[in-house]
Design a protein around this ligand. Structure first.
Ligand code: SAH
Length: 249
């Protein structure tokens, strides 16, 4: 197995593949001033197994295209959405977020939780803007510094993991410079990280290692996760996911 295949296996059959919660999704949705009973066209990019996609389907009329690079996650979402009777309204699409083929001004809403970093925040919001109607909305969560300064260890860690990590004011500036107007912003709670994301992951470590006969690669993945969790607990006052809701102007 390659490292990517192992990572997909590690995240398979989890409720979420990143920090977040149903109440965060609903809170972000509240900022969107569109008629939610209307047949809207929505894309959920980097949807994973679709925790938030289901919440969107439950609270918006219209058609959702749920995009992810990995078919394993999309299959899980297809099963979940069929169970709930959403198979006609949630269409999954296996594609890279960098290579989407929506028409210009096709979409009312672009949603993306904990995923835009895969192509980079600025590149993502620039490219995806074309697909949005004027007056359409972008809702993205993105790793964000929550204070103006921070200890060296965590600054260095995140700068090497994801150099685009920044404060909310700088992220909002980038949105404004690229033809969006901010309509809402909030920070994910610590429970969205700990209870909804890290705790369920921690419970999977031993079965994952067993499944892969304690291979070096599997052990490395678990060690890296443990280290990320350790850093989160130590430095959680300095960063979180910010949820940015913005309108295309
Ligand atoms: N939105 C989900 C998943 C977040 S994890 C949640 O909040 O639970 C990030 C997701 O992005 C993963 O499902 C991963 O498979 C997907 N991903 C990574 N690179 C991608 C790419 N280039 N294009 C589309 N999806 C990608």
């Amino acid at each position: 197995m390659t490292e990517i295949e192992l990572l997909v296996d590690f995240y398979k059959n989890t409720e979420r593949q990143g920090p977040g919660s149903t109440s965060d999704t609903l809170k972000a949705l509240d900022f969107i001033d569109l008629n939610k009973d209307q047949k809207l066209k929505i894309a959920d990019i980097g949807c994973g197994s679709g925790g938030q996609t289901i919440t969107l389907a439950q609270n918006l009329a219209g058609q959702i295209t749920a995009v992810d690079l990995f078919p394993e996650f999309l299959e899980e979402l297809n099963v979940r959405s069929a169970d709930l009777g959403f198979q006609k309204r949630i269409k999954t699409l296996e594609k890279s977020m960098e290579d989407l083929q929506f028409d210009n001004e096709e979409l009312d809403i672009i949603w993306s939780e904990g995923a835009i970093y895969n192509m980079g925040f600025e590149a993502g919001i620039k490219k995806w803007r074309d697909y949005l109607k004027i007056g359409g909305y972008l809702a993205v969560s993105e790793i964000t510094w929550t204070t103006d300064s921070r200890p060296g260890e965590i600054e260095e860690f995140w700068n090497s993991e994801y150099p685009e990590i920044d404060t909310a004011s700088n992220k909002i500036k980038i949105l404004k410079e690229n033809g969006y107007s901010l309509v809402g912003y909030f920070v994910l709670s610590q429970n969205s990280w700990i209870d909804n994301y890290y705790k369920p992951l921690e419970k999977r470590f031993s079965a994952f290692l067993e499944r892969h006969n304690n291979s070096e690669m599997a052990k490395n993945i678990v060690e890296e996760q443990k280290e990320e969790i350790r850093k989160y607990h130590k430095y959680k006052d300095y960063y979180s996911y910010g949820f940015y809701i913005a309108k295309k102007i």
